[in-house]
Design a protein around this ligand. Structure first.
Ligand SMILES: NC(=O)c1ccc[n+]([C@@H]2O[C@H](COP(=O)([O-])OP(=O)(O)OC[C@H]3O[C@@H](n4cnc5c(N)ncnc54)[C@H](OP(=O)(O)O)[C@@H]3O)[C@@H](O)[C@H]2O)c1
Length: 231
């Protein structure tokens, strides 16, 4: 059985991923920031704020099989209303936080038999949507990071990104705050529904597993078909 570090395992997709991997019998080191974590068998929780300059990962064992980095934001605003500092704080959370976390744990990953790293992009990087400039700027950087880092860490550590469309989690709460917003978002997707945290987490669990041992440098969409289908 494997040991996975899930950064941001207290909410949404990270929590669903921790649950699925724990149910498979793996050992999960999960982190939380502001949300009091739920007790889940096989999941041990530790506090972490990835915005801090120096991150302390002393609670992580010497060897891990995977690192899954979940912190992110969805701030949708017209471009002219977003301050440069807002772009920077998004970049800090979504990109620099991932870089610091990966750098601090590379040695723990290196000695595992099928080690991998998962980060999150968004469907809004490859498809242009109104009011998505802030999130797509930093997620675009994540997609660049994934490809370059996957090359640099091959053949030892696989690196992949998952790019969801709108998914029912606390992060997307404002966009899905009533049934008409949920229905309008569902109707934009060829599969006529929004995502669930489990929809995304099942792909993450696959990507870190032995079954995905020939997959690296990929950005995989889970998005009800919205990125590729016009119907
Ligand atoms: N939901 C969507 O519609 C959607 C769509 C496209 C992409 N994504 C991406 O998918 C990923 C997961 O999103 P989600 O919807 O599951 O988000 P979520 O429900 O907000 O969960 C994010 C997790 O990251 C943690 N986190 C946030 N800020 C942190 C910080 N400063 N330091 C350490 N941990 C921090 C949170 O901890 P606490 O809760 O304990 O503070 C939480 O466990 C994100 O990268 C997001 O951009 C989501």
């Amino acid at each position: 059985m494997a040991t996975y570090l899930v950064i941001g395992a207290s909410s949404g997709i990270g929590k669903a991923t921790a649950k699925i991997l724990a149910l498979e019998g793996h050992s999960i080191i999960g982190t939380y920031h502001k949300t009091e974590p739920e007790k889940i068998e096989n999941v041990r929780y530790f506090p972490l704020d990835v915005i801090q300059d120096t991150l302390n990962f002393d609670f992580v064992p010497e060897q891990i099989d995977g690192l899954i980095y979940c912190p992110g934001s969805i701030n949708l605003l017209p471009f002219k209303r977003i301050q440069p500092k807002d772009f920077l704080s998004d970049y800090n959370l979504q990109v620099v936080g991932a870089i610091k976390s990966i750098q601090a744990n590379l040695n723990r990953l290196k000695s595992a038999s099928n080690p991998s790293i998962i980060v999150f992009s968004t469907v809004a990087v490859q498809q242009g949507f109104n009011f998505h400039t802030q999130v797509s700027s930093s997620k675009g950087a994540i997609e660049g990071l994934v490809r370059s880092l996957a090359a640099e860490l091959s053949p030892t550590i696989r690196v992949n990104a998952v790019a969801p469309s709108i998914t029912q989690t606390p992060l997307a709460k404002k966009l899905l705050s009533n049934s008409s917003k949920i229905e309008a978002n569902a109707q934009r997707h060829p599969l006529k529904k929004i995502g669930t945290a489990k929809d995304i987490a099942h792909l993450v669990a696959f990507l870190v597993s032995e079954k995905a041992s020939w997959i690296t440098g990929q950005v995989v969409n889970v998005d009800g078909g919205i990125s590729t289908l016009k119907i």
